[in-house]
Design a protein. Sequence first.
Length: 124
Amino acid sequence: MTRLEFLTSSKIGTLEKEEFYDMIIEKINQNRILVIEKDLDPMEKMELIAHGLEYAKNGLYPGIKMLEISVSVGSQGFLRNNHKDIIFNLITPGSSEIDQKEDGHYSITTTDQSGSSEQVVSFL
């Protein structure tokens, strides 16, 4: 079963870089979809991909897809006190299909490692 998990910046802040990458790879191997409250810079993205390639040598890693999502702050809701847009990174297993249906609405289709079942996840 595919699960969507949200990793907060406070949780990420407690981890060393290698622990952070290991956690992502572990969750991807469990067919999880991650929304990360962190703006990954190009070097971090490259390091994450390289870290995953170590697992690929054993044939145990499906790869990843990454998508940066920017959320504009508004005057209402939980974003009202922030003064800048919030950047999230969506990380899915490499076999996933990510479609942006309308502004801010994404549909993600994943296939488990056996290739036999599909799960569809939609979120705003």
